[in-house]
Design a protein around this ligand. Structure first.
Ligand code: HEC
Length: 465
């Protein structure tokens, strides 16, 4: 372990990234789809002489600028902070491989931000033709930001054989494009592009819901319906895109879909399949709500209904991201680096030299064995587990005693091909002594006499007052 560990109580550091990422996705994908929505709507308004549309579009572009330019960018920076803290090793590996990818991304990003502002501030101030051109420039630049970031995100699931062949040799940069256009690149891009289109429709419905239907019935009907249509491509093509995606995901990851992770013993619905069901169901409900409330009765379509659609979209996005994240287990970069930052290729060396030999910051003082065990736990387990909260050790260890915990750690350490844990847990690295220290530390977590966490003690004390 080369970096100190960021301990986020109860939810774990992974969820910090997750929560920011879900918020960011809702806006960032809108930033791409919404650009196309604006120019295509403006073009249609000009061609078919719907002058009244233009005023609404102008208002929408303000909302768009604020949402994407403020909340989208701030949450994007937030992701950087969160991944740097939660997984410095992986963040470093990504930067080393894709520094020019990000350089390109930021160029497009600056163009995107600038043109979004220019587009909003030049309504009615430049010729209609030039205004449309600015809109197209925005749309193209924002699409390229997706085009690039998609390469890096897809890489994390499937870096591809060409890159893996040189990984760790210092020659990684020579396989930049192979790593970028990796096996899941295109299906992932298609899925994201479709979601961009539907989010453009979803957020546009928010703007349209606020048009006064009594005063401007025709305007409201035409715009609500036109916006609702943006959900159609996703609805029609997403299932096929998803099948294509799964087909390109390696078998070893796909098994996670039907493996009984959380359910060892409780049936067929794993976390991943449950999440996929939620994605499917919420997407269906979004389409149904949009059809019934927006398409069939556009005049009565109101902000409450539009917000419901947004909320459902958040749920679908969150579940989709969760599924994608889980599919990658136990890796943060497929077959190259485990979620806890341990590189697959270094496990043997760590077994020989010790996992903690380079962790100079570990707590000094106290019982050295316990310090060692805790440092092992933080470094190798807490990327996915917490002590008392999400995927809690206390709960998952169940009533295993010290020996049973030792057996579990042996399974993780030997990492035999038929080990049931291989599918979702990393190879446990370290010397015999370190693993024994980890075992003893874990045995204190679920021991019946182990005291409840300090926060609980306080709560109980407060309740008893
Ligand atoms: C890549 C993420 C990840 C890492 C790192 C990880 N685990 Fe897990 N672990 C999981 C998942 C996912 C489950 C299944 C959780 C569930 O069933 O809800 C799990 C389950 C478990 C269980 C319950 C297994 C059972 O059969 O009941 C134990 C015990 C456990 N982990 C211990 C550890 C220990 C100890 C470490 C560190 C050496 C560790 N895990 C590291 C992801 C991880």
């Amino acid at each position: 372990m080369n970096y100190p560990f960021w301990d986020v109580p109860h939810i774990g550091s992974g969820w910090v990234i997750g929560l920011i990422a879900i918020f960011h996705m809702m806006i960032a994908l809108f930033a791409v789809g919404g650009g196309f929505y604006l120019v295509l709507a403006e073009r249609k308004a000009l061609r078919e002489n719907h002058r009244d549309w233009l005023e609404v579009l102008r208002g929408h572009s303000k909302f768009f600028l604020l949402l994407t330019g403020v909340f989208g960018t701030v949450s994007g920076v937030g992701i950087w902070f969160a991944i740097g803290l939660a997984n410095p090793e992986a963040t470093s590996a990504l930067i080393h491989n894709f520094v020019f990818g990000w350089a390109m991304e930021w160029v497009f990003f600056i163009v995107e931000l600038t043109t979004a502002a220019v587009y909003y501030y030049t309504w009615g101030r430049v010729s209609e033709e030039l205004h449309l051109k600015v809109g197209w420039l925005y749309a193209a630049a924002s699409f390229f930001t997706l085009f690039i970031i998609n390469g890096i995100l897809a890489f994390m699931l499937t870096p591809g054989d060409a890159w893996l062949a040189v990984a760790g040799t210092g020659q990684e940069a020579s396989r930049f494009w192979q790593a970028f256009f990796n096996p899941t690149y295109w299906p992932n891009l298609l899925i994201r592009t479709l979601i961009c289109a539907s989010l453009a429709g979803v957020w546009a419905l928010v703007t349209c819901s606020r048009i006064d239907g009594e005063r401007q019935p025709q305007l409201k009907t035409s715009l609500v319906r036109w916006s609702a249509k943006w959900l159609v491509p996703s609805f029609v093509l997403l299932p096929a895109a998803f099948v294509w995606y799964l087909w390109t995901v390696p078998e070893s990851q796909r098994v996670l879909l039907h493996l009984g992770i959380s359910t060892i013993g409780s049936g067929m619905f794993t976390q991943v399949t449950r999440m996929m069901l939620i994605v499917g169901l919420t997407s269906g409900v979004i389409v149904a709500v949009t059809y019934v409330f927006a398409w069939r009765s556009p005049l009565e379509f109101n902000l409450g209904q539009a917000s419901t659609v947004v909320l459902l979209a958040v749920i679908a996005t969150a579940s989709g991201e969760y599924t994608r994240e889980t599919l990658r287990k136990p890796y943060v970069i497929g077959r190259y680096m485990f979620s806890n930052g341990v590189r697959v290729a270094t496990v043997d060396q760590l077994n020989a030299d010790g996992y903690l030999t380079r962790s100079l910051w570990t707590r000094q003082g106290g019982d050295p064995k316990r310090v060692q065990g805790e440092a092992m736990f933080r470094g190798q387990c807490m990327a996915c587990h917490t002590v008392y909260g999400y995927r809690s050790m206390r709960h998952l260890l169940g009533d295993r005693n010290r020996d049973a915990i030792g057996n579990l750690l042996t399974l993780l350490h030997d990492y035999k091909p038929d080990s049931p844990y291989r599918a979702f847990m990393p190879h446990l690295a370290g010397t015999k002594e370190e693993i024994a220290a980890l075992r003893d530390f874990l045995a204190t977590l679920n021991a019946p006499a182990s005291p409840p966490p300090a926060s609980k003690v306080k709560k109980i004390a407060a309740a008893n007052k």
